[in-house]
Design a binder for this molecule. Structure first.
Ligand SMILES: Cc1cc2nc3c(=O)[nH]c(=O)nc-3n(C[C@H](O)[C@H](O)[C@H](O)COP(=O)(O)OP(=O)(O)OC[C@H]3O[C@@H](n4cnc5c(N)ncnc54)[C@H](O)[C@@H]3O)c2cc1C
Length: 331
């Protein structure tokens, strides 16, 4: 059994915690916010069957089911495509559900606890954690430190593997607007924009752009929701979205990165929820197998189907390699 410290209680952290606690490790999760899943900045669109391979979601996490997307080019031409099983999830409830799964397996959770620094990175790793309730810092020693702390990962910075990252700025609003239950997607040179129905009267509308995000957002909202769009808004969400960088290191010694912390998002839509779940599975398997297995497992390409195929292939190769080595050691 290893002692594992996980930073961040998003999808990556919670699912990694669930898997590692289930396989008998002593897992502690530190989350800087006081409520898991809050505040959220996400549209929550995922392919249900990709999630279902790992986690069966309860119905109250699912906000909407959508069967069509309309892709509109900058010149106004559009094409409609069928979607097999896309769902829109309540992000706060999703994160809370995954955390409950982990807690049931024995993972310990500490909210309002911010990871500050790594103090040692030899055989054991010491993480400096601030309890925000009492403004006091403690040192937590463990066998593994897993950074699931999102795009601006302090774990990655502290381990010296933050590397060269680029970000999109994601700006979104929940707005009262009647709709035909179709996902609208607007790719352009400025970035991408979307309108995703929560129900027949409410949408999540937003943009992601590398530059000039605010003016792009205002322009998009005016064009799609009308000049009076601000009066239709019932909530704002915003957050950075990392651009996937396959050259980044996702491991240094006994420090691993999972999910957005390792820039694991899809290139076409910038979605990262299912990718975090897949990456968590790889992290848990790599940790269970051996330390050095990790790096080989983590090169995740854009396409989800390929992700899984390549992931399985790498896993098989790694297992084979370890079996052979153990055999050699025993003879
Ligand atoms: C506007 C927007 C829309 C999006 N829409 C979609 C979508 O439709 N579909 C999709 O699949 N993806 C979407 N994404 C991306 C998706 O939100 C991320 O890929 C996903 O949240 C990654 O999960 P994660 O667990 O890796 O990181 P996060 O969800 O970012 O979780 C990281 C956690 O770590 C905590 N944390 C950070 N630093 C520290 C620290 N120092 N100490 C302790 N805790 C810390 C944070 O509070 C947070 O809870 C969207 C993103 C944005 C910004």
């Amino acid at each position: 059994m290893s002692k594992v410290t996980i930073i961040g209680a998003g999808p990556a952290g919670n699912y990694t915690a669930y898997l590692l606690a289930k396989s008998g490790n002593d897992v502690s999760v530190y989350e800087e916010h006081s409520t898991i899943g809050e505040p959220w900045a996400c549209t929550g669109v995922i392919t249900e069957d990709v999630m279902a391979r790992n986690v069966k979601l309860p119905e109250d996490v699912i906000v909407n089911r959508i069967r069509k997307a309309r892709i509109t080019a900058p010149d106004g031409n559009s094409v409609e495509v069928s979607l097999k099983n896309n769902i829109v999830v309540d992000r706060a409830k999703l994160d809370q559900h995954l955390a409950e799964m982990a807690k049931k397996e024995g993972a310990k959770y500490y909210v309002s606890h911010r990871f500050m620094a790594i103090e040692g990175n030899a055989d054991r790793v010491t993480a400096r954690i601030r309890n925000k309730n009492i403004n006091k810092e403690t040192s937590e020693e463990s066998d593994w430190l897993i950074g699931c702390d999102g795009p601006r990962s302090e774990t990655a910075k502290q381990a010296g593997i933050f590397g060269d990252r680029k970000f999109y700025v994601g700006l979104q609003a929940t707005a009262k607007i009647e709709n035909d239950n179709i996902i609208d997607f607007y790719p352009s040179e400025k970035g991408i924009a979307w309108k995703v129905p929560e129900n027949s009267k409410t949408v999540r509308a937003g943009i992601a752009a590398e530059q000039n995000a605010r003016s792009y957002f205002n322009e998009f909202m005016t064009t799609t929701l009308g000049k009076d769009y601000e009066q239709k808004i019932i909530g704002h969400q915003a957050g950075p979205i990392p651009l996937y960088n396959p050259k980044l290191k996702t491991q240094k010694g006994i420090v691993l990165l999972v999910g957005d912390a390792a820039t694991m998002v899809k290139a076409p839509t910038l979605g990262g929820i299912n990718q975090s779940i897949i990456a968590a599975t790889a992290a848990a398997e790599a940790k269970t197998l051996e330390r050095e297995a990790w790096q080989g497992l983590m090169a995740i390409p854009y396409d989800e189907k390929n992700n899984e195929q390549i992931h399985r292939q790498r896993l098989q190769q790694t297992r084979q390699h370890i079996r052979q080595r153990k055999k050699q050691e025993n003879t």
